[in-house]
Design a protein around this ligand. Structure first.
Ligand code: C2E
Ligand code: MG
Ligand code: MG
Length: 356
């Protein structure tokens, strides 16, 4: 239960709120059943916080939003809240036109197969070129896309752009490369998600060398996930690989894992970062690799930044690595240059090892 209240501050204001909180501390009886309701209040005072009703309500709502996310029961509006909220609302409005105005971009980060030292595939990572604030990483705008209801449309743009880039690389005669695209839980739950992706793939569907793969989070498979599993099966039947992103942070049920149509577990950066010094992380990484292999899945370690992490992962039997050690995510043209340099360096290493 949430309430935003705007009123004049009186001697009794705080006492009144304490009374509200106390009232909700007890359960209610509804049709003979005991129901517990928690109340959260966001409060703005007249006239300190504003002279006009609409402004006061807006500020009270800002305080309420903050109360919801911070876990506080009762919060009075503060200046900083307003500026944070104003920034959010402003960003949400600008995001609405970002798609139409071509402000989204895909950056690419390679995944390197540890056994061969070759680039196995590449992950597409979304960036927003905001005219007002410059290049914005997805952590800052994905939640807003979701609350603004723009996630599906943007997600489909990502799929189409990745496919277009893939075709472009094939046309240019680059070595075969698959692009992994992140699919958010609301996208995966759409009714025709598999059909839409396969339609966009066109003749690339069924091609083992070129095409897109998908990365989903453990959260996408919680709750009622039968429709998602159906979509994943359709995609896999067309040759797309499915990876679970940030694996190890979402408490996947092991029972489910064995039933799911999954090809790869991506070991979360949190564990990779602590290699090789932290024994718990070493154990967790070894366990995830063992689990994956036992179920015929491969592993990719995320966030590999150092040689010693790479060495440890190689010894532990991890299949691939992704991280700043090899390359940061790069815009398409820079990634192409990086790949050329990396491939020729790898070829030189190969020949020198053959030559002894
Ligand atoms: P993710 O899919 O787990 O992607 C890996 C993130 O780790 C990327 O952050 C990447 O830049 C970062 N990273 C890679 N290597 C390193 C490293 O060595 N050190 C450090 N510190 N970081 C590294 P980014 O690009 O900011 O993306 C964050 C998250 O946003 C992604 O996590 C993914 O969950 C989501 N995301 C990105 N693009 C999309 C998209 O197109 N659609 C959806 N639904 N989500 C996306
Ligand atoms: Mg990912
Ligand atoms: Mg990840």
């Amino acid at each position: 239960l949430c309430a935003a209240a705007a009123h004049a501050r009186t001697e009794d204001s705080d006492a009144a709120h304490e009374e509200v909180t106390r009232l909700f501390a007890q359960g209610f009886s509804v049709d003979g059943r005991e129901v517990h309701a928690e109340v959260k209040c966001g409060v703005a005072y007249y006239p300190e916080d504003g002279q006009e009703a609409s402004l006061l309500v807006q500020k009270a709502e800002a305080a309420l939003k903050e109360a919801r996310s911070s876990g506080e029961r009762y919060l009075h509006h503060r200046m900083e809240m307003n500026s944070a909220l104003a920034r959010r609302v402003g960003m949400e409005q600008r995001l609405r036109s970002a798609l139409a105005n071509g402000q989204f971009q895909l950056y690419y980060q390679p995944k390197v197969t540890l056994r061969t030292g070759k680039v196995a595939s590449v992950e597409a990572l979304l960036r927003w070129q905001d005219p007002q604030n410059g290049l914005i990483p997805p952590g800052e705008f994905l939640p807003l896309l979701e609350t603004a209801g723009l996630m599906q449309a943007t997600g489909f743009w990502v799929v189409k752009q990745a496919i277009a880039d893939c075709r472009d690389w094939r046309r240019k005669g680059m070595p075969p490369l698959r692009i992994a695209v992140n699919i958010s839980p609301p996208e995966l739950r759409q009714r025709n998600v598999a059909r839409d992706i396969l339609e966009a793939m066109g003749d690339l569907s069924g091609n083992a060398d070129w095409g897109i793969d998908i990365e989903i989070t453990e959260g996408a498979l919680s709750g009622d996930f039968s429709s998602c599993v159906h979509a994943l099966r359709l995609l896999r039947a067309a040759g797309l690989k499915v990876a679970i992103d940030d694996f190890g942070t979402g408490f996947s049920s092991l029972g489910r894992l064995s039933e799911l149509p999954i090809d790869t577990l991506k070991i979360d950066r949190m564990f990779t970062t602590r290699l090789p010094a932290d024994p718990n992380s070493c154990t967790l990484v070894a366990t995830i690799i063992g689990l994956a292999h036992a179920f015929d899945m491969t592993t990719v370690a995320e966030g590999v930044e150092k040689q010693e992490q790479l060495d440890h992962l190689l010894r532990a039997g991890c299949d691939a690595a992704q991280g700043y050690f090899h390359s940061r995510p790069l815009p398409k043209s820079l990634f192409e240059k990086w790949l050329l340099r990396f491939s020729s360096a790898a070829a030189r290493t190969d020949t020198s090892s053959i030559l002894g």
